[in-house]
Design a protein around this ligand. Structure first.
Ligand SMILES: [Ca+2]
Length: 450
């Protein structure tokens, strides 16, 4: 999900896509820790099952095997329908390569948030809000989910529409389940998510709920303006523009209504509770939050806002999406990188967005962008780095410079992917900078100095 996912973008995309869009059928808490944010790890070992592309024969045999499992589908699917439609599916090795990228390239909170919540995206969001205020307000009222949150998901997922991926969803979903087969123990109907996703893609084509030529999306099989995977589409997509059809590919209002419906129906969104409040923690209580490799997310420590305040925790800035939290919400501590670094109290709505995409970083991207669209500020507390992240405009400048330096394969799309990182690594070496595949505000200046 998220943004376009042209292949180069997958490093950024992958982090936000650990399990693809709204895919979870089971509760997603607790969540696996985010990738190490402070110390850039060395590349993780490549899982052996993903080290080679599947052969055509392996893929064909996998699809044949799936055809024998249609009885395990969570919704009715006849074997002959699966065989007829899956015959049009192809193995796409971009899926495997993307799965590898997710496991091997360390990234940083401050880079991701600087790019995904930059001023360009905020202004785009505000322009849509101005143009579609009535429609968005109707959706907010109908589903009880703030319009800025819905808009922010739209902005983060596909950059407000145009970039929704280019891999046929049928190909992606079949490739996924063949690359990472279901465990033999998954014998109950609907029990294996990857298999169900492929079956759902087939059902959507069978029922002509999507057109084959526009049924394209990310490597993780997420499609449409807010990037639903097929099985989630079946569960929560709704009509938002009144024509009786839930078309999340072509209709913005359908995509918004479907997203709001997901957050409400599946995630239990609570109106009046801010996703996060940035806080300061009293000196004598800070020791337990000292930096570690992983984020600190203490779901079992929820207390009323008034109780935190009584303990000396201080809200540093209001959340503009919910400027006046209703009825003293329950909040728990969340520190993305420990201390030093920004600290938050988050509500159950944090968990709600986490059900949309199982990534803590995704939740903060969405909720920070929503806050900015609503007129709020960036985080008050600085990230623990002397080399903060780049906006997309700065990344484009960097990429143009890399092209001028002879890295012709780099595309100035404002998204740092594998190809851009390769070029950065080469230029850092040429400049005598410490080895690395990253550039921030400071290192960009150092690198580009004549
Ligand atoms: Ca519609």
């Amino acid at each position: 999900m998220k943004r376009s996912f042209p292949f180069q973008d997958l490093v950024v995309a992958a982090l936000l896509l650990p399990l693809a869009a709204c895919a979870q059928t089971a509760p997603t808490v607790p969540v696996p820790a985010a990738p190490a944010a402070v110390a850039p790890a060395t590349a993780a070992p490549v899982p052996s099952a993903l080290s080679q592309p599947l052969t055509q024969q392996q893929f064909a045999s996998c699809v044949q095997n799936l055809a024998q499992q249609t009885a395990l589908s969570g919704r009715p699917l006849r074997r002959e329908d699966f065989e007829r439609i899956a015959a049009g599916g192809r193995y796409d090795d971009r899926v495997r390569q993307s799965m590898l990228v997710t496991t091997t390239e360390p990234t940083f909170w401050w880079d991701e948030l600087a790019a995904t919540t930059d001023e360009d995206r905020v202004q785009q969001g505000r322009a849509i809000l101005a143009r579609e205020r009535d429609a968005l307000q109707r959706i907010e009222t109908q589903f009880g989910v703030p319009k800025e949150i819905v808009l922010a998901i739209y902005g983060i997922e596909t950059n407000f529409g145009p970039a929704s991926g280019r891999i046929p969803v049928l190909d992606a979903s079949l490739s996924l389940v063949c690359l990472r087969p279901c465990p033999p123990t998954a014998t109950a109907p609907g029990s294996c998510m990857a298999r169900e996703r492929a079956f759902a893609a087939v059902r959507l084509l069978r029922d002509r709920r999507v057109q084959p030529e526009s049924f394209v999306g990310s490597w993780a099989a997420a499609f449409g303006r807010t990037q639903f995977v097929p099985d989630t589409y079946e569960l929560v997509a709704v009509d938002g523009d009144g024509d009786g059809v839930a078309d999340i590919i072509n209709s913005e209002r359908d995509a918004w209504a479907s997203t709001a419906n997901h957050l409400k129906q599946r995630g239990g969104w609570r109106m009046g509770e801010p996703v996060y409040l940035e806080v300061s923690i009293p000196q004598e209580q800070r020791a337990e939050f000292a930096a570690r490799d992983n984020s600190i997310r203490l779901t079992d420590r929820a207390k009323r806002l008034s109780e935190w305040t009584a303990m000396g925790w201080r809200v540093l800035a209001p959340n503009a999406v919910t400027p006046q939290p209703g009825s003293d919400p329950e909040l728990y501590p969340f520190l993305p990188v420990g201390l030093p670094g920004p600290a938050f109290l988050v509500s159950r709505n944090f968990d709600t967005v986490l059900r949309y995409n199982r990534s803590e970083r995704y939740v903060m991207e969405v909720s920070l962008l929503a806050n900015k669209i609503a007129g709020g500020t960036d985080f008050v507390t600085a990230w623990p780095t002397d080399d903060p992240g780049l906006t997309r405009a700065q990344v484009r400048d960097l990429q143009n410079w890399l092209v001028q330096r002879g890295h012709a394969q780099v595309v100035a799309d404002g998204v740092i992917g594998r190809v851009t990182r390769d070029a950065i690594a080469a230029e850092r070496a040429a400049k005598g900078l410490p080895a690395g595949r990253r550039v921030g505000q400071r290192t960009m200046r150092e690198l580009m100095q004549p």
